[in-house]
Ligand binder design. Sequence first.
Ligand code: FEO
Ligand code: CA
Ligand code: CA
Ligand code: CA
Length: 613
Amino acid sequence: MDYALTMSTHIQDLIGFRISRRSVLRGAAATLVGTRPFGGSAAAKAVDGFEELRQGQDDQVHWPYGTHSMDLVVSWGDPLWSDVPRWEGGQTTAAAQARQFGDCNDFIAFSPLPRGSGGSVHGLLTVNHEFTQAATMFVGHDDPKAPERVAAEMNGHGMSVVEVKLSSAGWAIVKDGKFNRRITLHTPMSLTGPVAGHERVKTEADPTGRTVAGTLANCGGGTTPWGTVLSGEENVNFYWNGSVDGEGLRQAGHRAMGIGEHQYWHFSVVDPRFDLALSPTEPNRFGWVVEIDPYRPESVPKKRTALGRFFHEGAELVVDISGHVVVYMGDDSPDEHLYRFVSKGRFVAGESAANEALLAEGVLSVAVFSDQGLRWAPLKHEGVLAEHFESLADILIDTRIAAKLVGATAMDRPERVAAHPTNGKIYVMLTQNPDRKKSGPGNPRENNLWGQILEISPGVGGHTQETMAWTVMLEGGPRGVATTAPAPPSTSKDGLLACPDNAIFDSSGRLWVCTDGNERLNSDGPKSADALYVVDTEGPMRGRSRLFLRACAGAELTGPCFTPDGQTLFVSVQHPGYMGPYEYSGVWPQGEGTGPPRSTVVALRRKAGGPIL
Ligand code: FEO
Ligand code: CA
Ligand code: CA
Ligand code: CA
C-alpha cells in the first residue's frame, strides 16, 4: 500500500468519483472464462501471446479474455476451516477472523505439495495480509477504537498459509487442509541473529528479548531454496499510540522509523504493547524479515535480525556462485535505501536443515550509487559505525541511521527487487519520489512522480562483490517525461506504466511488474487503474511493457507468483474499491447486493494450456 499516494488519491482525485454498481451478477467462486462478462472492450490488440488490455478504470478486474482464464481462489473473510463462519455483509469477529483469510492480500508464495515435488497443481499459498481496510471489513462501523473491531483488525493482519488445488473447475482452497494456518499478531515468533536478547528488544512481557507476539504490515517477501518463505514487515509505524519525546538512542531510532508520527490503527485499546508510554521498546521488535516454514504449521516463525530493520518491502534471495546466500531488499520510504545481505555460511543443495541457519548470520550492506557504479557499503561495527553505535545489534535496530552514516544513496522508494532467472542481473523497482529535489545516480529525475526500474549487473564476480554496474532500464510515466530511459517505441500507449512496485520474473526472463500509482499516467484524461505488465528485459524489445491484467478501481495488484511449471500466475487484488477509511465503491469480486468488495487472490491460466505466455 502506498499511504502517501492513497491519502492524496482519495482526497484529491477519488472524492466525487463513484463507479456505477453494475447490474451484472457474477459467480462468487467461479472460473471466469470465455466471453467477456460485460459490455465494452478492455482489450486493444493482439500482441504475441495475448491481447493487450486498454488503460482505463472501472469496477472490474480485466484480463485477456480471449486467451486466458481467471479463477477466484480465496478472498478476505473466507473460512480456512469448515467450522468457521463465513464473513457476512462486511462483518467479522475477532474469533472468526483468526481463522478466516486475512485482509489486503499482498505477497504470495507457492510451495508445491508434496514437499520437494516441484509440482504445480497442488500446493500451499503463503500470503501476506498487509493491513486491514476498515471501510469494507466493518461496513457501517465508524468507531476505529471499538475494542471488538480492533481485536478483529489485529487478526486480519499477518499471514495465511492455505492449501490449494487445481481441478477441472479451476484453483480452489482445501478447507481443513492439514497445513492451513493463520499467523496473526498473537502468533509466537522468535528473534534470531545479532539482536536476539538485546536490551533494546526486551519488554515487560518478554524479558528475554527473544520472543515476539506476531508480525505486522507484511508487504512483499521472497522464497528460499530450502522451502521456507520470507515476509517483509513494512509500514510498521502506523500502529503505536503516543509520541516520541526527548533525545536519546531510542528516540532517534523511533523517529527514523516514523514511530509515533501517525496512528491509523488503535491496537493499544486492547493490547498495551502498542502504547509507547507502556512499552517503549516494542516497536524495535517489528520491521524485520520473517522466515516461515509453510510445511510445518506448528513451527515458530523466525525474525531474521541480521537482515536489518527498516520498511522491508520484500526479500529476493539468490544463491551466489560462491555458495553464499545473498538477499536483496528495498526499504520503501522516500530517500531510503537499497540493501544486500550476504550469509556467512554456504548453501547446501536440497532442503538440508543446515540451510535454515543461513539467514541468522552474515553481512548487511547498503547501496552507494555513483556514475561509475554501485558500491556496497558494509554495516559492520567498525569505523564510523563503531563511533556511533555500541554494538552490531544497535546498528541493525537502527539500520536506517547506520546506512546514512556510511553514505547510502537516498533512493526513490525501493520496492520489490527481482532476480533474472538466467543472466544474473538484479532489477529494482523504484516506485516514486515526488519530493526529490535533485536527480542523481540511480534516481534520474527530480520531483519523480512515476518511478523507474534499475538494472544491476554483478558481472562475473557474482553477487558478493563490493562493486557492480548499474543502469536505468525503464522510466515510468506518460510519453515525454522520461529523462534517460523512456519507454521504447514498441510500447503501446496502453503499455505505459507508472510507479512500479511488485515484480517477478517468469522462466523466460520476462519481468512481470505491478504498479501502485497508474492514475498518474493520465492526470487530465480518463483514469488508469493499477495493473500488471509484462516487461521485456533483453533483445530488441528490451524495456517494452505490455498491459496484461488491470485492477478494479481502488485496488492495486500485488504478489505476482508463478507455479514451478509457469502455467499458473497467482496475483493478489489488494484493497479493491478503497476510497478512504470509511468509503468504498464497487462489489468486486461478488455481484450486486452481495456486500463490499474484498481483497482476493486470483489465478490466471492460458486456456489452451502451457505457460502463461
Ligand atoms: Fe507495501 Fe512498499 O508496498
Ligand atoms: Ca500494497
Ligand atoms: Ca507501493
Ligand atoms: Ca509493495
